[in-house]
Design a protein around this ligand. Structure first.
Ligand code: TRP
Length: 329
């Protein structure tokens, strides 16, 4: 990585951010914001692609997501925080990229496929939804971003974006667009507190950065452990045990964790001891975040988003001009 790189990432404003976002992406961004040119986009246009019937939800969460950013320590002096719908050049770029991708290619995207399975659209898939990966390529390329800190599920989007870049540059004999690469975190995917799938706001199985102390404790107490670990002396299973998955992600003392796992596997370590340890770890992490969050004013948020979106527009206007010139328009 050299100094000249640009990092870009984004979140859909459909709810508050949670610990999955924290380990999967936000933590990475905190490191990147000191080292690189950093852009962070609130993807309201993309959020609308499966919430077009609930724009109010998207609108309200723009502010909440921005608060989460500031609360974890993202700093508007070091990174540009902006709103996707306030940078219309992104939509215009999307129009040009639509020509470069086939329907079959879009239907092959594994992340989109998984999302489609969760909806009950059947034969009535909205085009906006199917095409959001193309608009995501516009998000990435408009800023010539090369580093994309995201979770594993976003790899297909970056792959498609790079295909569009190569296709565009070859077709129009240009070098305007640049390829990007994902920056994955160590914890690629945080399991939900129900142990079933990835932590997600839509499945309501996540611990949110804004959760109260009491709420966090309750969620930890309800975490799935090992159903066969009934007596403390019973041998327990670490694999698939949500409490251990969270300790893996958040407990710094890795040596101690190894010995806890050994003890648990052998028998003699109770779930309540582990849950209480996890509670201490998560409360210590989330308390300052929650307090900072509560101190942020709505007016400050709006100013940050106005300034950030203006700066983002300036950059994307240049790229759009170059793109149109390359095509010959
Ligand atoms: N698809 C991403 C998500 O669901 C959000 C996103 C939109 C994004 N545009 C982006 C991520 C550009 C990285 C780069 O989380």
């Amino acid at each position: 990585m050299n100094e000249a790189q640009t990092a870009l990432t984004a979140d859909r404003p459909t709810g508050h951010l949670h610990l999955g976002h924290y380990v999967g992406s936000l933590k990475n961004r905190l490191v990147l914001q000191g080292k690189h040119k950093c852009l962070i986009m609130i993807a309201d246009v993309q959020a609308l692609s499966d919430n077009f019937d609930n724009p109010q939800k998207v609108k309200e969460n723009i502010k909440e997501v921005c608060k989460d950013y500031l609360a974890v320590g993202l700093n508007p002096d070091k990174c540009t925080i902006f709103v996707q719908s306030r940078v219309p050049e992104l939509s215009e770029l999307t129009m040009y990229y639509l020509n470069l991708v086939t329907l079959a290619r879009l239907e092959r995207n594994p992340t989109v496929k998984a999302e489609l399975k969760q909806k009950d659209w059947e034969d009535s898939i909205p085009m906006g939804f199917l095409c959001y990966p193309i608009s995501q390529a516009a998000d990435i390329t408009a800023f010539k971003a090369t580093l994309i800190p995201v979770g594993e599920d976003q790899l297909p989007m970056i792959e498609l974006s790079n295909e569009i870049v190569r296709r565009f540059n070859r077709l129009y004999n240009s070098d305007v667009l640049v390829e990007s690469e994902a920056v994955l975190s160590d914890t690629k995917r945080l399991i939900g507190i129900d142990g079933k799938s990835k932590a997600s706001k839509s499945l309501n199985n996540a611990i949110f950065l804004s959760d109260s102390e009491k709420n966090i404790k309750e969620k930890i107490n309800n975490m799935y452990t090992d159903p066969n670990h009934i007596k403390i002396t019973d041998p327990g299973t670490v694999e698939g045990n949500v409490v251990f998955a969270y300790l893996d992600a958040f407990f710094e003392d890795k040596q101690e964790l190894v010995s806890l796992k050994k003890q648990y596997t052998k028998g003699g370590l109770g779930d309540s001891v582990l849950k209480s340890l996890l509670n201490d770890v998560l409360q210590a992490l989330l308390k300052p975040i929650r307090e900072k969050r509560e101190s942020i004013l709505d007016d400050d948020i709006e100013k940050i988003l106005i300034d950030g979106s203006r700066a983002a527009r300036n950059v994307s206007q240049n790229t759009l001009r170059e793109v149109k010139e390359a095509i010959g328009l």
